[in-house]
Design a binder for this molecule. Structure first.
Ligand code: FES
Length: 83
């Protein structure tokens, strides 16, 4: 199980949910999102530390050090920051 820390907001556990976004959503975080499919970029956050794996190939191109929470799962403990 990996820990997801959202800077300034708290932390939750990732326990096999479909995506990082789903884990955060289930834990009551008010995360931005729209399409959930890697198209819109609304769920874009900065990955401060830790590693993630893509679970779908996003169309939206993220900047350096950024991830789409709808399109990845954490591989270990991660720290993210809302943009
Ligand atoms: S919610 Fe649209 S790219 Fe993640």
């Amino acid at each position: 199980m990996s820990k997801i820390t959202v800077i300034g907001q708290g932390e939750c556990e990732f326990d096999g949910q479909f995506s990082m976004l789903e884990a955060l959503d289930e834990s009551g975080f008010d995360m931005p999102y729209s399409c959930r499919g890697g198209n819109c970029g609304a769920c874009r956050v900065k990955l401060v530390s830790g590693e993630v794996e893509e679970i779908q190939t996003p169309i939206y191109e993220t900047g350096e050090g950024e991830i789409l929470t709808c399109s990845v799962i954490p591989l270990n403990d991660v720290v993210i920051e809302l943009l």
